[in-house]
Structure formats: C-alpha cells, structure tokens
Design a protein around this ligand. Structure first.
Ligand SMILES: [Cu+2]
Length: 180
C-alpha cells in the first residue's frame, strides 16, 4: 500500500471509530429510555433467541469472509526460499537508532539469508519493497540471532524500518537496501 493510500485508510478508520461511538451511545440511550416500559417476557425471549441464531450465522459468515480476505496476502503460502537455493548470508545488527547491515546491494533474483540481532534493546527488522509493502520481517533480540530468507524479485530501493518501539528516535530508525 502506498503511503497516501495508507493515510486515507487511517483517516477513514478514525471517522469510523467516531461513528461507532455515537451509534453505541445511541443504543445505550435507547435502552435507558425504554427500560421503564413493562411488557410480557415470553414473546420477547422467543424473538431474541431467534435473532441470536441469525446473528451467530451472520457473524460466522462475516468472520470467514474477513479471514479469507485478510489472510490470503500473508507471505506464509509464498515460500521465498527453497532448499538447495544459493543464499547470500547477511549480518544485521540493530541498535538505538539504526541498523548495521553488512551488505545492502543485491541483484534481482538474489535470495538473502538475514541473520538479525541487536546490540542493545529489542528492535524489529522489517523490509519494505519499493511500493512500501512489507515483504519480510523478524525480531532483533539481544544475544540471539533470528534468521529469515528473502528473495528480491523487484528492482528498486527497499526500506528497512524498525517495527518495535525502542525509544525516543524509534521513528527515525531506518536503512535502505538497493536491488538492481
Ligand atoms: Cu528500534
């Protein structure tokens, strides 16, 4: 997703939250105002038991649609590394506030083995393609090396961003990888 599109989504979501809060307040008000009315209990129970089953089915369908839609783009089903591939090992050391990456220039088609650690606190190591889609990430942990494989299939400048809040200048913690 491009940054401009992302921004639009964030504004849309903020508006949605406000609308939902107003709706919820409306429901509370309606319940409070109608709580003094007296009526026969049995038909109400029957009516809402029925509504509850319809609601449950709708919820399951909605969750299925949302799950399928949101999970299909996860990289889990796209192996970027096959046993026997030639890989380029790269050491990454994160620190407050930057990354030491021992190689940052690659060619299209290269499969890289990122060995990620940190010299101070926990950081994130997220690699974004030239369209700012997250294509790979792992945690940078003290005294521990996390490895992940990434095949660069597009030329351009990739951004590396920290994905774990790690201090005041966390938002400035970035690096670049160039793929030719
Ligand atoms: Cu960080």
């Amino acid at each position: 997703m491009k940054p401009a599109v992302m921004m639009k989504w964030m504004i849309l979501r903020a508006n949605l939250v406000i609308i939902l809060i107003v709706l919820l307040a409306g429901v509370f008000l309606w319940v409070a105002l109608s709580s003094k009315k007296k009526s026969d209990y049995t038909p109400i129970v029957k009516k809402w038991y029925k509504a509850r089953s319809i609601y449950a089915v709708l919820l399951v369908v909605l969750m299925l649609v949302v799950s399928i839609y949101t999970l299909r783009e996860l990289p889990f089903n796209k192996p970027s590394y096959v046993l026997g591939d030639e890989v380029i090992p790269v050491q990454v050391e994160a620190y407050q506030f930057g990354f030491d990456i021992d190689q940052t220039e690659f060619s299209v088609g290269d499969t890289v083995e990122f060995n990620v650690t940190t010299r101070d606190v926990t950081h994130g190591f997220g690699v974004y393609d030239p369209d700012m889609n997250l294509v790979g990430q792992t945690q940078a942990m003290p005294e521990y090396t996390n490895t992940f494989y990434l095949t660069f299939d597009k030329p351009g400048t990739y951004q590396v961003l920290c994905l774990e809040y790690c201090g005041l200048a966390h938002h400035l913690m970035m690096a670049e990888i160039v793929v030719k």
